[in-house]
Design a protein around this ligand. Structure first.
Ligand code: NAP
Ligand code: G4F
Length: 325
């Protein structure tokens, strides 16, 4: 039997790279939507050694015709929509772009799937940001949403569109409501990577302080390598559904910093400077997921605790910074 084909939007991002590697290891032909950029965006795929195995297709989430072409070219039976303007902070500066890419972009992918092969299975990268001002202490698939950022609102639109395509077109369309997940391949703008990169620079004498915003907020942080496994499992189910994917533990940004600095023998209190520039117009104070449904129905479980994750990221940044010329 011929190998299955999968199409990933956002293949150059953190999750796209880990998912591409996972699917290649499972024997899939992996196609990735690749938006043309003037800079090298392939470094994560290179890092995981899959850059020459994935087949890149030019396209953009805002261009439906390019998505239809990508569906035709890939003959994908599984489509993972991971592409997005995914940085919450930027979504206040570029709310319209965020709505178009992160919200309507998902609708464009659903339309391309419906038009070219409505039997293909679809995964939407939904997010715990949709819970925003939390309505329950532990957030599950039943918790009402209350998004607090233009990003969260765009994602909520995409989330409901996914449900709508499942209910009105009978498509196998699932959403993973993923809580924060990180790795050495995390973008430098997100707080964990900003911290682990700074720790490495401070330890090696290349930086003297770390400027952060609200360090009292709490997040349920897991390892991206675990979370892409959950995405794949969702598309292997007989019925499409929505699943919370989380560790079930929450930690302040402050404690995450402490773990990172302590790993190289430094005291975070001596280096962290609070800078109002990094405060957000509306904050999500705390996120804590209840992954019981994913555990029971998918057999999925987070394998990496926060200390293991952060020390892995600090070690990777120590190496990266030491190799800089
Ligand atoms: P990421 O590293 O920011 O990657 C985003 C990807 O989207 C990149 O490949 C980017 O391409 C692509 N993209 C941006 N604009 C595009 C456009 N107009 N057309 C096509 N592609 C475009 O994000 P991530 O952390 O891997 O997250 C993957 C997905 O999960 C995102 O949808 C994110 O919102 C969602 N999510 C993430 C988390 C998390 O904690 N990581 C949690 C919940 C949900 P370039 O490289 O060319 O810019
Ligand atoms: O790392 P962050 O930017 O992640 P945030 O906003 O939780 O969003 C991430 O997770 C979502 C899932 O819940 C994804 F949907 C989304 O795409 C993204 O991957 O910020 C985490 C916390 C926030 O409370 C922020 O205010 O850290 C706080 N923080 C404090 N100082 C900072 C900083 N965040 C950043 N990025 N930079 C700072 O200097």
């Amino acid at each position: 039997m011929a190998n299955k084909s999968a199409l990933i939007t956002g293949i150059t991002g953190q999750d796209g790279a880990y998912l591409a590697k996972l699917l290649i290891d499972k024997g899939y032909n992996v196609f990735g939507l690749h938006a043309r950029r003037s800079t090298n965006t392939l470094w994560r795929l290179q890092h995981l050694g899959v850059e020459s195995t994935v087949q890149l297709v030019e396209g953009d989430l805002m261009d439906l015709s390019s998505l239809i072409r990508a569906m035709e070219k890939s003959q994908a039976c599984e489509v993972y929509n991971l592409g997005a303007q995914s940085f919450v902070g930027t979504s206040w500066d570029q709310p319209v772009l965020t709505a178009q890419v992160t919200g309507v972009g998902a609708l464009n992918v659903l339309e391309a799937v419906r038009i070219v092969n409505a039997k293909a299975r679809f995964y939407q990268a939904s997010t715990s940001e949709m819970f925003g001002l939390i309505q329950e202490e532990k957030q599950s698939e039943e918790t009402p949403f209350y998004p607090r950022s233009p990003y969260g609102i765009a994602k909520l639109y995409a989330h409901w569109m996914t449900i709508n395509y499942r209910e009105s077109h009978g498509m196998h369309a699932s959403s993973g409501i993923l809580f924060n997940h990180e790795s050495p391949l995390r973008g430098i703008e997100f707080v964990t990577r900003k911290v682990t990169d700074a720790v490495a620079r401070i330890k090696q004498g290349k930086q003297h302080e770390l400027r952060l915003g609200n360090i009292d907020s709490k997040r349920d942080w897991g390892f991206a390598g675990d979370y892409v496994e959950a995405m794949w499992l969702m598309l292997q189910q007989d019925l499409a559904d929505d699943f919370v994917v989380a560790t079930g533990q929450t930690t302040t940004v402050r404690d995450m910093c402490r773990i990172a600095f302590e790993h190289v023998g430094l005291d975070h209190d001596k280096f962290v400077v609070i800078d109002p520039k990094f405060y957000r117009p509306a904050e999500v104070d705390v996120l804590l997921g209840n992954p019981a449904k994913a555990i029971n129905k998918l057999g999925w479980r987070a394998t990496t605790d926060l200390t293991t994750l952060i020390t892995m990221m600090v070690d990777a940044d120590m190496k990266r910074v030491s190799q800089e010329v």
